[in-house]
Every structure is written in structure tokens, then in C-alpha cells.
Design a protein around this ligand. Structure first.
Ligand SMILES: C[S@@+](CC[C@H](N)C(=O)[O-])C[C@H]1O[C@@H](n2cnc3c(N)ncnc32)[C@H](O)[C@@H]1O
Length: 392
């Protein structure tokens, strides 16, 4: 039985709902020990090397936080006093900029903005009383980010080793109208079990996120390969030699891939954006681009996997949504025989209108939109599983 204190000292990797299991596997591959799945997060035990490696390699982590301080507080005076008592100068210098975010639950403290402000005051007062000067707040690009987490009277301060969210891979120069978050795109691919075994199709590619993440996975390109900065680089104990070792080891695993990746879209402007992003990732020679409707595509006999991220139809009349998704289902039946097709969609009507029975399904969130991520195995012959729900 672990002591309660041990639990609190565990590192926390944040992710998106539904990707916790994938992240746990990724963390273990980075050397994390005693992993435990939480809501939209995985806690684990690991040293500095594991922190660096997880930041660089985990495709489904949004941020990796290290707890630095725990205490109990029953009211705002006690909260301020205990936050004031933290040795903040162990973590930042007077010249450093900082930001504080709070997550609160329970009846004692209910306003996260208020407690963030209180925490900022405690930090600033502590510096002013000790050094006569204070570090400045920078909300968008701070050197050091802290999170204050309060559950009832249990309070923790965590320091963010990632800095900017890890979904900011560093390759995106073009945004689509509804581009997938990179963490979600990579998580979908890893959830499907694909690691580059067969050809990959993203026929509604928008700004190209799925194709680029697929190319990175198939060539073992670390998630952070295009990124230059991490929060831990501003930590007082930053070990530049260790970071270099971690990065070199991961980069040495990059390998060529034989498989082909196809990114296409009905809108040529979207294809242009996808190309620009791929160029920025130096992956434009590894992805084939085309401007074509999914319904007109020819899928060769050489088997592959198809990922579809169609528009969700929030702005389409319901009848058009049904027809659109029916045409997707018909195309799958007629043109994608032998392929596995994964679709992320929201709304019962769209999923039902596809007219095929999924062999597995997950619930994921694209931003705040609840989505179904479903797998359809399109058999070559007339198999029972192939019968549409409409006809069943
Ligand atoms: C939700 S966006 C895809 C976003 C993309 N995954 C990304 O990360 O940027 C849907 C895309 O489907 C495309 N689309 C809509 N109907 C299509 C069709 N029939 N065939 C091919 N693409 C289509 C749209 O042009 C749009 O770019």
C-alpha cells in the first residue's frame, strides 16, 4: 500500500479524454514507472531523464507537471500564508517571468482566477520581502509556469516541464478551418494500432495533421523534433548534457519508411495548407497530395488504412448531413474493399447514416465536441458484418 504522500509526489502527464491508455504505453516506453491512469492524465514515477524523454517523445501528452509543494489550507488567509512560505527562489530568478494557473474543486475555494491571483501575490510578496524586487508575470510566454491544484483543503503546487502545450509540435504554419489538435490526431492513429505497417490515407486532410503525424510515426520522428523550447530548459537544475543525450538517442531511432501516405481534400486550398505544413516538417516528399473528392477516389488493391475526419455538419441542414454521411458509407462499401476505415464524427445522425456497423468504437473529444471514433472493416466478399444497419 502506497503512502498518501508518495501519491502526491508523482509526476503527472496531461492528455485528452480517451487517450489515457495510449499515453500510459508511451510513458512506459520512455522509462516511466508505476504508471496510473487518471482522468485526462497519467501519473507516474520518473527522474529528470524520463521527464526530458517524455516531453520529447510522447505524442499524446499535452504537458508534464512535477509536484513541488503540498499543504492543507482551510481558508484564504491560510492559503496565502502557506504559499508565501514556499521557497519560490528555488524555482525562478528575479529576471524570470512566470504564470500561474489554478484548478480548483470542492467547497472551500471555488474561483480558480481568484486563487491564481492570491498565489501570484504570495510569490511576489515573498520575492519583494527577500530581495526588494519582484519577477514579472507573462501570461503567454512565461519562463516558468506553475499550476496550483486544490481539491477541498488539499493543495499542491506543480511546475510545468513542457512550457508551451506539447501539441504545438512546431511544424504547423497553416491552420485549417477545423484542424485536429496534433495530440488528438496522433492519439487516433496510435489507438488504431497503426505504426506504419501499411499505406495510410487521409482523404479529407484539411491542413494535413493526420498525414503529417502518420509520417512522423512511421519514421519514428519524435513528437518534439521540430520544437526548440521546453519549460524544463528554464529550470534551475536544467542539465544541458542530459537533454542532448536524450535528444540524440531518440533522433538516432529515426528510420526510413517504405509505406506510402496520401493526403487529399476536395478543396485545393486545404491541400495547399497541408503541403505547406508538410514542407515545414520536411515531410512533403513522404506524402502524396491530391485535390479530389473522397467519393471519386480509387483505392488500389494494395491494402491500407483510411482515416476520415469529415466536417461535423454543425452548419449543414440535417438532411444534407444524412446524405453526406450516406455517400461516405457508400464509397467505403464500393471503393474501399479490404481496407480498415476509421472515422471521427459527432452526432448520432452522421454515424448512423454511414450505414455500416463499426467493429470497434471510442469516445473522444475534439475540443469540446464529443465525438465517436469508429473502425469499419470493409470486407471484400459479402460477409454478415458487412450488412448495413439500414438493411438489417
Ligand atoms: C474537419 S476538416 C479536416 C481537418 C483536418 N483533419 C485537419 O487536421 O486539418 C474536413 C475536411 O473535409 C473536406 N471535405 C469535405 N467534403 C469532402 C469530400 N467529399 N471529399 C474530400 N474532402 C472533403 C473539407 O474540405 C475539410 O477540409
Amino acid at each position: 500500500m502506497k503512502r498518501e504522500e508518495d501519491e502526491k509526489d508523482r509526476l503527472v502527464a496531461k492528455t485528452m479524454s480517451g487517450l489515457e491508455g495510449v499515453l500510459e504505453r508511451e510513458l512506459k516506453a520512455c522509462g516511466a514507472k508505476e504508471t496510473k491512469i487518471l482522468k485526462r492524465a497519467v501519473s507516474f514515477v520518473g527522474d529528470k531523464e524520463v521527464i526530458y524523454r517524455a516531453n520529447y517523445s510522447c505524442r499524446t501528452a499535452i504537458a508534464i507537471l512535477k509536484p513541488i509543494y503540498h499543504f492543507k489550507a482551510e481558508n484564504k488567509e491560510e492559503l496565502y500564508d502557506k504559499l508565501y512560505a514556499l521557497k519560490w527562489d528555488k524555482y525562478l530568478n528575479i529576471e524570470s517571468t512566470f504564470a500561474i494557473d489554478s484548478i480548483v474543486s470542492g467547497d472551500l475555494f471555488s474561483h480558480s482566477l481568484y486563487v491564481s491571483q492570491l498565489c501570484k501575490d504570495a510569490l511576489v510578496d515573498n520575492f519583494r520581502d527577500t530581495y526588494n524586487v519582484r519577477p514579472s508575470v507573462n501570461r503567454s510566454q512565461p519562463d516558468i509556469r506553475f499550476t496550483l491544484r486544490i481539491v477541498e483543503n488539499e493543495c499542491s503546487v506543480l511546475i510545468d516541464s513542457s512550457g508551451d502545450s506539447l501539441y504545438r509540435r512546431g511544424y504547423r504554419v497553416k491552420h485549417g478551418e477545423a484542424n485536429l489538435n496534433e495530440v488528438l490526431a496522433a492519439g487516433m492513429i496510435l489507438l488504431s494500432g497503426w505504426h506504419g505497417e501499411c499505406n495510410f490515407y487521409d482523404p479529407m486532410c484539411g491542413s494535413g495533421t493526420l498525414g503529417i503525424e502518420a509520417a512522423m510515426i512511421s519514421q519514428n520522428i519524435p513528437a518534439g523534433f521540430y520544437r526548440e523550447k521546453y519549460g524544463f530548459m528554464n529550470w534551475k537544475d536544467f542539465d544541458a548534457e542530459l537533454w542532448k543525450k536524450v535528444k540524440t538517442e531518440a533522433d538516432d531511432e529515426i528510420s526510413e519508411s517504405e509505406i506510402e501516405i496520401f493526403s487529399s481534400d476536395i478543396m485545393s486550398m486545404a491541400v495547399d495548407s497541408a503541403k505547406r505544413n508538410a514542407e515545414n516538417a520536411r515531410l512533403h516528399h513522404d506524402i502524396q497530395f491530391d485535390s479530389i473528392a473522397f467519393q471519386h477516389m480509387e483505392f488500389p488493391e494494395k491494402k491500407g488504412i483510411i482515416f476520415l475526419n469529415p466536417p461535423y455538419g454543425e452548419r449543414m441542414p440535417l438532411e444534407d448531413v444524412r446524405n453526406f454521411y450516406k455517400s461516405i458509407g457508400d464509397t467505403m462499401k464500393n471503393r474501399c474493399k479490404g481496407y480498415d476505415v476509421w472515422i471521427i464524427s459527432s452526432g448520432k445522425d452522421s454515424t448512423k447514416s454511414i450505414g455500416l456497423r463499426p467493429s470497434s468504437r471510442y469516445t473522444l473529444f475534439n475540443g469540446s465536441i464529443e465525438c465517436t471514433f469508429a473502425k469499419f472493416e470493409i470486407f471484400e466478399g459479402k460477409r454478415k458484418e458487412f450488412l448495413s444497419e439500414r438493411n438489417a
